[in-house]
Ligand binder design. Structure first.
Ligand SMILES: Nc1cc(-c2cccs2)n[nH]1
Length: 238
């Protein structure tokens, strides 16, 4: 997968693209992420990327020209990207959308800023995406959240075991099961016996039951949603 990011603050992505699972996925060539400074696509001496809003009002709006120039330049050759715009009021990002986006060969993420982007930019956009009902100073953190959730789903980016676990749980939006590691008892708190039993079938069904129970308690709407879609097996429904 290739992702092109358009932003006025490219420096915000430096650590994100170098460290951890994402950093390894890029350095190993499993995925390609290019961050572009919208300012590099201006043509005036002062490299202006924003302007005051027509009709008055507070703050600044990102101008359309530099963004369109960047889009034209970056889509001259190769597959047309699926274009996301990070917005406070976009479609709510979730695991289902992450799975869908992970199947696209190429993404472009336009990071909003200031009071937003010129409305005409949206003629380039396939999906306006929000990571939650709160307003940030810019769309760069949402872009990193989206890339993190999407890139971890690319085959080979995570270890096999981890991706297997993801398929059966988080990809249906179920909450995870409790995790423990050594010591078996810590300050009087013991690890559940079943996890020490080495009985893999029992461990698997305990984990599934824990995940369903936690989801039912904290996010009953996820269970209802899965029931409606027929995505819960007979034994999971019991
Ligand atoms: N979910 C979300 C996105 C945003 C912003 C995107 C661009 C500027 S602020 N805030 N919250």
């Amino acid at each position: 997968m290739r992702i092109d990011v358009l932003t006025v603050l490219p420096g915000l992505f430096d650590c994100f693209l170098k460290e951890g699972v994402i950093g390894k996925a890029i350095s190993s060539g499993k995925v390609e992420v290019k961050v572009h400074n919208i300012r590099d696509f201006t043509t005036d001496k002062h490299r202006v990327v924003d302007d005051v809003p027509y009709g008055g009002g507070p703050g600044m709006v990102l101008k359309p020209e530099p963004i369109f120039r960047a889009y034209d330049e970056l889509t001259k050759e190769g597959e047309k990207p699926y274009v996301l715009l990070t917005e406070p009021w976009g479609e709510k990002f979730n695991q289902e959308m992450a799975v869908e986006l992970s199947k696209k060969p190429r993404l472009m993420i336009i990071c909003g800023r200031y009071e937003g982007v010129d409305e005409r930019v949206k003629s380039l956009v396939d999906r306006e995406v929000s990571i939650g009902d709160y307003v940030l100073t810019g769309g760069e953190l949402p872009a990193m959240v989206i890339m993190d959730a999407v890139l971890r789903l690319i085959p080979g980016v995570l270890g096999n075991l981890e991706s297997l676990r993801a398929d059966s749980f988080s990809d249906r939006g179920l909450l995870g099961y409790p995790n423990y590691t050594r010591p078996a008892e810590f300050r009087g708190m013991k690890v559940p016996e079943v996890l020490l039993s080495g009985h893999h079938k029992k461990i698997e069904s305990w984990r599934k039951e824990q995940s369903l129970r936690k989801t039912l308690e904290r996010r009953p709407e996820i269970i209802e949603n899965l029931k409606r879609k027929g995505l819960l097996t007979k034994e999971e429904l019991e």
